[in-house]
Write a protein that binds this ligand. Structure first.
Ligand SMILES: NC(=O)c1ccc[n+]([C@@H]2O[C@H](COP(=O)([O-])OP(=O)(O)OC[C@H]3O[C@@H](n4cnc5c(N)ncnc54)[C@H](OP(=O)(O)O)[C@@H]3O)[C@@H](O)[C@H]2O)c1
Length: 294
């Protein structure tokens, strides 16, 4: 099959391209940066889809490109809709009936007050980011053969140690000797980017249609993740204390937006890599940066 992947230069997109390219012809689309062998396109520009779709005639469009930093989105609501929503509406208008779309959404479409959330649970976002994804989901779901895949907090290795998001931040906190506190309130479900790439490949191969949730299986606060990473890496975490004060941020966060995974499990998908194993893999990916740990 021929598959267009947007957001191909992003944290998740790189692994999705790698996984899908092992079986399919992939057209990788970046934003500011062209991915290796792919193209860079500003998807906020109206009219951008038609030539792309005419040129490549894809079987699938896997749409990942988005602003995903909730505080940025809260401060830039128009800009957020210009990337997270408007291009999705245009994609669904332009997509020929011979092509299908898989859209990656978020657990932040839920308010976090009534977990766990199933695919048909009512959506209610507490921030601009979540709302922009709800509006995009609606456009995608207007075509019943589409997939909306909701995922929570992603962890894994970026192209460099410093661009490895959450795990890089955690190692930084562990290595800094200054006394610190870490959030012990918000329950997150850290989910490995490689598992998500595998889930996307699985759903496409199954020809699934509709809404589906995928999530790591362990509920962890930021404090829990720090403790777990410290144990794996052999680093001291005694200078970090749990905090039950919710730190005020620009964008509100759901307290616990756990995604129920019964549906994807019932389809036969069974890959749920534990957080400690993800940390081990991260350390293996960056041996020089991690020297002195473990
Ligand atoms: N990261 C998480 O924890 C998380 C959790 C739940 C859901 N998600 C969803 O998963 C998807 C991928 O997230 P991610 O973490 O991989 O995001 P990311 O690392 O921030 O990557 C964003 C991607 O979007 C592209 N992009 C940005 N502006 C663009 C524009 N104007 N036109 C075209 N492309 C543009 C970027 O390309 P350039 O860098 O080349 O500009 C990059 O490839 C998103 O839809 C996000 O909402 C992520």
């Amino acid at each position: 099959m021929r598959i267009i992947v947007t957001g191909a230069t992003g944290f998740l997109g790189r692994d999705v391209v790698r996984r899908l390219a092992s079986e399919h012809e992939v057209v990788a689309v970046g934003g500011r940066h062209p991915p290796p062998g792919g193209v860079a396109l500003d998807l906020r520009r109206p009219g951008v889809w038609r030539p792309l779709l005419d040129n490549w005639r894809p079987d699938w469009v896997v749409h990942l490109a988005a602003y995903r930093e909730p505080d940025f989105c809260e401060e830039h609501p128009d800009e957020t809709r210009a990337l997270n929503t408007a291009p999705v509406v245009e994609l669904m208008r332009e997509l020929p009936s011979s092509s299908r779309a898989l859209f990656v959404s978020t657990d932040y479409v839920f308010d976090g007050e009534h977990p766990p959330y199933h695919e048909d649970s009512p959506r209610h976002a507490v921030n601009v980011y979540g709302q922009s994804k709800i509006e995009a989901e609606d456009a995608v779901l207007a075509r019943p053969d589409s997939i909306v895949l909701r995922i929570p907090l992603l962890v894994g290795s970026g192209p460099t140690f410093e661009s490895s998001g959450f795990l890089y931040q955690i190692v930084g906190a562990l290595r800094s000797p200054a006394p610190q506190t870490a959030d012990a309130v918000l329950r997150r479900f850290p989910t490995w980017i490689r598992d998500v790439a595998e889930a996307i490949s699985f759903l496409i191969a199954r020809g699934f249609a509709g809404i589906i949730h995928y999530s790591g299986a362990e509920a962890m606060t930021r404090y829990d993740m720090i403790r777990s990473a410290a144990a794996v890496l052999g680093l001291d975490a005694r200078h970090i204390r749990p905090s039950t004060d919710v730190v005020p941020r620009r964008a509100a966060r759901p307290r616990d937006s756990q995604l129920a995974t019964d549906r994807i499990r019932s389809l036969g998908f069974a890959r749920f890599t534990p957080f400690a194993e993800v940390v081990r893999s991260f350390a293996d990916d960056f041996p020089e940066a991690m020297a002195g740990s473990r």
